[in-house]
Design a protein. Structure first.
Lengths: 83, 159, 159, 83
């Protein structure tokens, strides 16, 4: 599964994208965030205020409870400021 | 058939060209709204706003918002262009055009599109200052979330 | 200083030229709204709409509406052009441009200007049909009076 | 005092404008309409539905009760349909 990061989430993690090999017990967006946070300081900093981070699964908005089983691409980013 | 056009692009756009395209030779359009969002200068002075986006999702989200607008109001067409990259103060960022028979539908759907686009389309703005320093990321405005509330009274929000 | 420009004229207008003029070289404008009202064709087919107006009063009323908008919302400027004479289907009748720092003020004041202009500015439309007959005068729409109600909630109406 | 007429008020009266010499007892817009209606069929037809006719004194909106004493120009017209 590919993970992509945008804006200051990308800057804090220090990567624009990466391939993830997830253990089977990681089933939801929320569990994926837990797993990422445990990987290192950059991730912990990126997700330090978890409610403010948005996720998308295969380029569609997702919630913390969304299942990631069949996802090809999961994205994490701050609240949007376009327009 | 409602003509919906969405573009996410690096290049600048011409509202006039897009209007011509949307109007084509129709004689049933009574109202044409154009909204242009521009890069405002700030204090300390900006050299540019950098607009990052999520390719693919940006287009899809804007198209979904345009589609929803066309289901809520009787409009003939809409054109939405959103730029990314480095944008200098005074330059254009976003264009929303709506053509309809009557002004009410044109105004409401253009405003709806802008309100939803602000909070759903994956774009992020970063400030770059004139003194050469790279600034912070623009924070979302609370008013942008509040702006969505007005649309909830009539119909459910987008999924 | 809010830049308000009003013109009542026979000739067509260029929204693009007026936008350029309104934006000039300002870098504090974040939102530019343009509303264009066009002559729609009808059944039976129209050869033209004839727009009669009351010279002097038309300009004064539009200017009063623009002034009121500039007192209600923080806008930088507005340009309003209304044509009179014979106007063919597909041709432009009216232009309202508003420039502001933020989209909310731009949208609200452009819509306010159009709503009040419809019911206060002394213009009357007469249909001319393609078969050469002179048709009836366009009747005012009840929605145009209702459209004013939304503005009463916040502030008193124009005198 | 000059009277000016627009749209179908003008068509029914058959004049775009005229000079009026009013008797002293005509003090308000409403009294002026009464006085005009008595002048002939065209005027009567123009004002047959009085509530729908708008008036302006010196190019400013006026009501039926507005005083016309110092007016230089009074206008009558149907509801507006611009924009």
């Amino acid at each position: 599964m590919k993970a992509v990061y945008f804006a200051w989430v990308r800057e804090r993690i220090g990567l624009a994208e990466e391939e993830l090999s997830l253990p089977e017990e990681v089933k939801t967006v929320s569990e994926l965030v837990d797993w990422l946070v445990a990987r290192g300081e950059g991730y912990a900093l990126a997700f330090e205020n978890r409610q403010s981070i948005r996720a998308a699964i295969d380029k569609r908005h997702a919630s913390a409870h969304s299942l990631i089983a069949s996802a090809r691409e999961i994205a994490f980013f701050p609240p949007m400021t376009g327009g | 058939m409602v003509a919906l056009k969405v573009s996410v692009q690096l290049e600048d756009f011409s509202a006039q060209e897009e209007e011509k395209c949307l109007l084509s030779d129709r004689r049933d359009i009574g109202a044409l709204i154009s909204f242009i969002g521009l890069c405002r200068d700030e204090e300390p002075p900006l050299s540019a706003l950098e607009l990052e986006h999520y390719p693919g999702m940006a287009e899809a989200e804007i198209a979904a918002v345009a589609k929803e607008a066309s289901l809520r109001w009787p409009i003939f067409g809409a054109t939405i262009i959103h730029r990314y990259g480095m944008i200098k103060p005074g330059a254009q960022i976003v264009l929303t055009l709506v053509a309809a028979a009557h002004r009410e539908a044109a105004f409401a759907s253009a405003q709806f599109i802008m309100d939803y686009l602000k909070t759903r389309a994956p774009f992020w703005k970063k400030r770059h200052f004139s003194d050469g320093t790279e600034g912070d990321w623009v924070a979302p405005k609370i008013e942008d979330d509040l702006a969505l509330d007005r649309w909830l009274e009539t119909k459910p929000p987008l999924p």
